[in-house]
Write a protein of this length. Sequence first.
Length: 762
Amino acid sequence: MKNYHIALLVMCALPINYITANEIEEVVVKSSFIHQTLNEIENPLHVLDGETIASGSTSSLGESIDGLLGVLSTDYGSAVGQPVIRGMSGNRVKVLNNGRIVRDVSGLGADHINDVDLNDIQQIEVARGPSSLLFSNGSIGGIINIVDNTIAREDVEESRLVLGLETQSVNDGDAHEFSYQNNIAGLNLSLAYKDSQFGDYEIPDGAIHHDEEDHDEEDHDEGEHEDELSFLPNTDFGSTSSRIGLSKTGGWGYFGLSVQSVESLYGIPFHGEEHADHDEEDHNGDDHDGDDHDGDDHDGDDHDGDDHAVEEHEGERIFSTTESNVINLEGSYKFNNSWLSKVDYFFRDTDYSLIEQHAEEHHEEEEHEGEEHEGEEQDDHHAEGPTLFKNDAVEYGAIFDFANDAFSQKLVLNFVEEDVSITGQEAFMNPTNNKETSLGYFFSNELDLFHLDFGIRHDRIARNGSISHEEHQEHEEGEEGHEEEHDDEHEEEVEISKRDINNTSFALSLSRDINEYLDVNLGLTRFQRAPSAVELFINGPHLATGRFEVGDAGLKTETSNNIDLTFNYQNDGLFAVFTLFKNDVDNYIYLQDESDADHVGEDHDDHQGLVLANYLQNDARLRGYEIEIGQVFELASGNLSLSFGRDDVSGEFTDGSNIARMVPARNIYRVSYAGNDLDMELLLKDVEEQDDVADGEEITDGYNMLNLLVKKSFNFNGSDSLSVSLFANNLLNEVARNHTSFVKDEVPLPGRNLGVKFRVKF
């Protein structure tokens, strides 16, 4: 939706709001399938309140939840922060909005954003293990469910208008937001709008690695070089999101419609470079070839060629623009009979696109770098066109509720058709069509000795795609017809592939109250995940990871067998939670880089100067634990809470080798106070060194991330209020790198960030 449409809606909403402004009642958010808050499910999880998100700094999805135990982020600049749960990420972790999977293209590249709208949300639900089966298929790692009230399921009793402003120092950025809810003539109306504009972010001194050759070449101007490194180019981020929803409720149930739109533009701070002819590369000053990528088995951090790739793109603007339009129809109809209580139904249509582009930045001092071939190279490079990633998806389904006084049971039907395509200069996968049909049954009952939750889900998945293989043909000598023969030299042979995959997953949860202070929960799950389209059909240069990636159309289904045991203790302000988990994954899919020993021979293809990486399978084992202990004290008219938490995950294959980019162990110290309309939190994340690395992968240093948030609320006339939030992230200005990131060396985390946020509620 365009900005002038939003402005018109604001103008219409303001008079209505001032006539009917009243105090807002608390809204209870219910989960998608079982209609109870997720924190009532006896499984390991987190529920992060929407007010907490609203008070802090605007950041990526992964960064927003990175302080939760067992949950981290893998970043690719400020815009991209894909979530990691218990060491699993990518297609093993599903991001949902109101219980429906977000159909963007984040699974197609490490540099692709999770296009979600975190403005005016009610909560973020993080479900790991058994609970995630209730929401989606293939969620071996877990789910992130973003819940909002755009389609109100109960009548809005009081109007609400929120206006917000925010500014940040690390990127000289700002954001403004607006949200509105009211009941007009029996219809519930919801509006939300947010615009964020952030520049390149500052980084601490010494955050960028440089080898000795780089320093030798740049000794002539060290001062200027240091100035250039005070911020990280192409880490800017701009986003505009809007939502509008209408609903009608009654004793019969509810029906609603919503339209959501997200547009963003963000820089890509690292971009690999393919080289079709290595004989012409000497002008760059080093003998770069694919072997210099010195292969970690499945990691993209440690290539000597990365410095070369960055140099190739100096003075160049590389960025992505996204546009997402989602239409939701949903409702619920209640029945007055003894066997079927109600039916919930939904329809969602998603039109999503991401365009990656190159644009040359002109500098007056370009001549001092100077040789004619350099300009020619840039002209050739900028002959590249944009690359378009698209995802058009339709999803619909129904949930039949057969609950009665004795037990709860539900039957779920779900249908998805998804068309994913990549076209343009850097396309690395042919278009694919994906169809999914799911049938699920869920049962819950309170028995004499324990509470039982059980679910089983069967998914029938069809992935139709193709793989293009280049045929290298020798052309005849001679001048006439040479161009035609040269064009035919790289004819493509297309191999059609159709995969029909049937998966069955189940989850069992048993919980028991040992006494009034202690309860225990045992979760047993068997998840199956079908290989993604990328893992099956990719065959080309994937510059975001600096590789030439090759899929395997014959990959088998991943099967994850998980056991987790959780103890929860609460007594007189003292609380403690301890979770121990074990996850054995058969046919674990991973990316294996070509080794130096493989990269030999006269007939060996150099894969356009990129390191060759193949998708392979091996059995894997993940082990870990999470522990948190704390005490709540009464202080003045509020509560002071002190807590310590630690999460630790190890991941290795059955042959003893380590899984790449595994999350490091962390200690999390938290001090918080709430009272007298004042909320404060001091959070220290002590991230340890990660030295359990895969072959060829470098150790990542540990760091301390100290964050502070102070929020003060002022009430006016009993119903109107102003809240002022002061936040300070990375107060110690530490050099920090996520070991989970493909580009940890080239893209460190931002430096110290100070900011303020104002929110007015009427």
